[in-house]
Design a protein around this ligand. Sequence first.
Ligand code: NAD
Length: 260
Amino acid sequence: MPRFSDKVAIVTGAASGIGKEIALRFAAEDGVPVIADLNFDAADATAREIRSQGREAFAVAMNVADETAVERGVADTMAKYGRIDVLVSNAGIQIVKPIVDLPFADWKRLLAIHLDGAFLTTRACLKHMYKAKSGSVIYMGSVHSKEASLLKAPYVTAKHGLLGLCRVVAKEGAQHNVRANVVCPGFVRTPLVDKQIPEQAEELGISEEDVIKHVMLKDTVDGEFTTTADVAAAVLFLVGFETNALTGQSLVVSHGWFME
Ligand code: NAD
């Protein structure tokens, strides 16, 4: 039995990596993903890939840090489908630099995408979810919602911040039957991680192989990367869990890198 028949999910940053996998798997269970991404061409390619499998999907151009673009993308989704059942706030970037060398503009850019983006998409979607008396919001956190690492001050700050936003949404949303949870992956081989391997190697003065082995996967139980499939399965588990028994929670998916 498909879990998500005709449900509509806005997935930000779904043109690539983790967000794309979530969209593909949501569609495979009869849901309708809205691929909301800064990169419209790539978003459209993902939507076409899903439609070529006989499923439904819709691409919208959206910079999650831009209030007007977010409101427009959510309005276009409502105009097309008349409902928003799920928001996966996933769009994100990484910037690798020690605090002393970090330009203020980089700090603000990262926080804007991760935190302003989460706030703006949440606010726009909640209005429709509250009217429908139903909804599920998932934030893409990270092990960096729980742990710090060298060179990642704005990212660690933003990912910790999402835990706070999620808990407020869980409290405010409860009376409207809206739940909010955070999924916290370990390292996943996506373009976001592939870009930072050479950057970390240079900053730390070690080889790329050592970055993978002794930085990224050092504390996992098995030396393995988490996969996009692992993360998508966790997201869809939370989306499919339809009572307030699971709200305001954060689920770490990291091969044991972080245990709680
Ligand atoms: P990715 O680079 O493969 O994909 C990110 C997507 O976000 C891209 O399609 C990009 O165009 C889009 N994007 C960037 N800025 C945007 C903006 N302003 N508005 C709309 N879209 C924008 O990265 P990924 O690894 O799939 O990361 C997705 C999320 O997962 C991020 O929030 C990231 O922090 C989080 N995460 C990733 C890992 C990992 O190891 N890859 C681990 C933990 C958490």
